[in-house]
Design a binder for this molecule. Structure first.
Ligand SMILES: NC(=O)c1ccc[n+]([C@@H]2O[C@H](COP(=O)([O-])OP(=O)(O)OC[C@H]3O[C@@H](n4cnc5c(N)ncnc54)[C@H](OP(=O)(O)O)[C@@H]3O)[C@@H](O)[C@H]2O)c1
Length: 250
């Protein structure tokens, strides 16, 4: 469950998405193929990612959630900046309610509580339904939860980057979705290739299957502009790794 939505545990990252008619079609087909979350941000491709999603997915079909983020750069966690960015996102996404809104980074110049206070105003007005955090530790998540319920945490995590093991487990224990970004980084190496061959799968699919097996809280958002890759990534939902395979990759 992501907030109040029951969605597939593989999403789509869109940080390279440009505003073209082909990409509008691509998004519609990706959602029809079954991606559970389309992940974007105010900062992606100068706003084109959000605009293209708005053009393709308004209204957002059932079974899919569109998540966006704001407050990426230093100083952008100030409440007045965040309010402007949220209004931009609502307009670009052509919606009156964003399903999941992440604070993209904790701003070193603004107390976390102040940034979240601005997001909470929009949640109280029904313009944001659920709130997430990106690149945070457990202490920051706990501080944030004193201001607003946290539905998702998006941190860098993959086979090669395991800094956030404790955050993964914390999220699973607290019913928070953990969204690993750069999920395919490190999807190479001989162990992976051998296991992939045994399953008749690609290394990318095995890397995603490993993430899904790592924790029930996990919801990876591989980035791609290829419908073929979207479909391949969704197959990972059906790949079951043996305990020995999981351990060998861990
Ligand atoms: N919260 C944050 O601060 C943060 C930071 C970075 C990224 N993100 C989010 O996380 C998403 C994912 O990260 P990412 O896109 O940087 O890295 P990624 O998903 O680990 O890797 C993307 C790369 O993998 C390729 N790819 C995707 N599916 C594939 C498949 N089935 N087989 C082979 N190659 C495949 C893509 O190329 P093709 O286009 O050719 O498929 C692309 O080169 C982003 O799109 C963004 O939404 C968030």
């Amino acid at each position: 469950m992501l907030g109040d939505a029951d969605v597939a545990r593989i999403g789509l990252g869109t940080n390279r998405l440009r505003s073209t008619p082909e990409n509008v079609t691509f998004l519609k087909e990706a959602v029809a193929a079954g991606v559970g979350v389309v992940d974007t941000a105010h900062s992606y491709t100068g706003g084109e990612s959000e605009e293209t999603i708005g053009a393709a997915l308004s209204p957002v079909p059932d079974g899919c959630v569109v998540a966006t983020k704001g407050g990426f750069a230093r100083g952008e966690g100030r409440p007045e900046v965040l309010r402007t960015q949220i209004e931009d996102s609502l307009r670009r996404l052509r919606t009156d309610s964003i399903a999941l809104y992440y604070l993209h980074r904790v701003d070193p110049e603004t107390p976390l509580e102040e940034s979240l206070g601005a997001i909470e105003e929009f949640r109280n007005a029904g313009k944001i339904r659920h709130v997430g955090l990106s690149e945070v530790g457990i202490e920051q998540i706990e501080r944030a939860r004193r201001v607003v319920p946290i539905a998702a945490v998006q941190n860098r995590y993959n086979l090669a980057d395991r800094e956030h093991e404790e955050v993964v487990d914390y999220c699973a224990g607290e019913g928070i979705v953990f969204v690993p970004y750069y999920p395919l980084h490190g999807a190479d190496g001989p162990a992976l290739a051998g296991i992939a061959e045994r399953h008749g799968a690609t290394p990318a699919q095995i890397a995603l299957a490993w993430l899904l097996a790592r924790s029930p809280a996990m919801l990876p958002i591989p980035g791609t502009l290829s419908l073929e890759h979207v479909k391949e990534n969704l197959v990972a939902l059906d790949i079951e790794l043996g305990d020995d395979e999981f351990e060998a990759l861990s």
